[in-house]
Design a protein around this ligand. Structure first.
Ligand code: SF4
Ligand code: SF4
Length: 205
């Protein structure tokens, strides 16, 4: 798996959930399908009058979530930026040509007045596949995106009792000194953290 394949999979999903933060700090989420994909960039269309647009212009943070029929969760965490003014028409037309239903929504030239295209060029991409055994997760970046480490890790305080391994639904802990979590197979369920008698397991992030 890699970032480019994740974007291709999102393209197959089609309709994605876009989460933003409003002026009161509340989460807001919408389904968006007016999206164009380049190998490492995502472009999407909305209307300038929508609260979604205001949130993107004032805050910019966005999470984009897709779920495939193979039980793969793909999530982008990024900041969206409007494309340059002199490129707006090109990207609006590109998205409308790929999604012709939009010509019914914004007929004639109304799309140019109402519309705005944002781009995501720098993002963290989380891939989480629950359809394989053991489960698989990995993170990637596009542009200047950064990976945020999450989940759990075992520290040198481990006394080697083995309780964490017995409680792990994915059996993704290797014995050793100290024991070690196979991060790519970890659910982030926290069972190991709960049972460790030595407080040797720390949350990451
Ligand atoms: S439960 Fe804690 S002390 Fe025991 S093996 Fe796991 S990490 Fe080490
Ligand atoms: S968080 Fe859950 S899945 Fe991950 S190592 Fe601990 S028990 Fe296993």
């Amino acid at each position: 798996m890699d970032a480019k394949t994740c974007l291709q999979k999102l393209q197959f999903v089609g309709v994605l959930a876009f989460a933003t933060v409003d002026e009161f700090g509340n989460p807001q989420i919408r389904n968006i399908s007016a999206i164009h994909y380049e190998p490492e960039t995502m472009y999407f269309f909305t209307a300038k009058g929508k609260a979604f647009c205001k949130e993107l212009l004032t805050d910019g943070r966005v999470q984009v979530l897709g779920y495939t029929k193979y039980k793969e969760m793909i999530r982008l965490s990024a900041r969206a930026k409007p494309v340059k003014e002199d490129e707006q028409e090109h990207w609006i037309n590109t998205i409308f040509d790929e999604q012709p239903y939009l010509y019914n929504v914004y007929p004639g030239d109304t799309r140019k007045l109402a519309g705005i295209v944002f781009q995501i060029t720098d993002a963290e991409i989380e891939y989480f596949n629950l359809g394989v055994k053991p489960i698989f997760r990995e993170s990637y970046t596009i542009g200047n995106g950064r990976i945020s480490f999450r989940g759990y890790e075992i520290t040198e305080s481990c006394i080697g009792c083995g309780r964490c391994l017995k409680s792990c639904p994915q059996r993704c802990i290797e014995s050793g000194n100290p024991y070690c979590i196979q991060q790519e197979h970890c659910l982030h369920c926290g069972n190991c953290y709960e049972v460790c008698p030595a407080n040797a397991i720390e949350k990451r992030g």
